[in-house]
Design a protein around this ligand. Sequence first.
Ligand SMILES: [Ca+2]
Ligand SMILES: [Ca+2]
Ligand SMILES: [Ca+2]
Length: 250
Amino acid sequence: MRRAGTCLILYSLLSPPVLAQAGSFAVDSCEAVVAADVNNDGKTDLLCPYDYGNAKTRTFVQLSGGTTSSAWTPWSPDHGAGSFAVGSCRDIVAGDVNGDGKTDLLCPYDYGNAKTRTFVQLSGGTTSSAWTPWSPDHGAGSFAVGSCRDIVAGDVNGDGKTDLLCPYDYGNAKTRTFVQLSGGSTSSEWTPWSPDHGAGSFAVVYDAQYPRIVAGELVHYKTTLLITSVQGSRLVCYRSSDSRDTDSIN
Ligand SMILES: [Ca+2]
Ligand SMILES: [Ca+2]
Ligand SMILES: [Ca+2]
């Protein structure tokens, strides 16, 4: 199980052990664990959008003090039952969307039926906002965010504000990358970014079972936990709680 061991090492890099008393914090209920410098002190912190179930959520932070971190501490306001199903986020990614130096959190929310909208938790330095609409609302039938092979944060136009990318998988090796450009206080809708790759031209997925790899990157946390490439090969590790603690090198 050498490769599975590699998965565990990668897992521990992303999710260091939480030294806390039993019953105090179920780190497995984090919808993701995201590294981000939320208070702009140059030290990377950890964020956990905690899923209580019943569409109740709150984001917690471990602030880095440079030699140790804080305990898991509330970061966002509490979203009571029925208010925000954080498990419906297609992904949760970090980026400084408004260019103030403090890293924010983004959730491209999948309502199903190809309806989506991106929400943000803006960092205020000591706490964040609630989940707040960031992109325009894409009504039913307009954009199937679940067809994004990944959601990637990055500043594609160099204006200091983080944008979102979606390599969209149409099937049949047809793909196109879409972008949500940050305008500082809201983003654009999902807009074509790359040229259109017609059927048969570029399979952005490897196959139905294993997602496509982005070379050299640890990509996903929860939905497909860890993905990386190893010397040109592929290593796919699934979260053990998904009962698919397997990997595959092709
Ligand atoms: Ca920090
Ligand atoms: Ca910010
Ligand atoms: Ca930008």
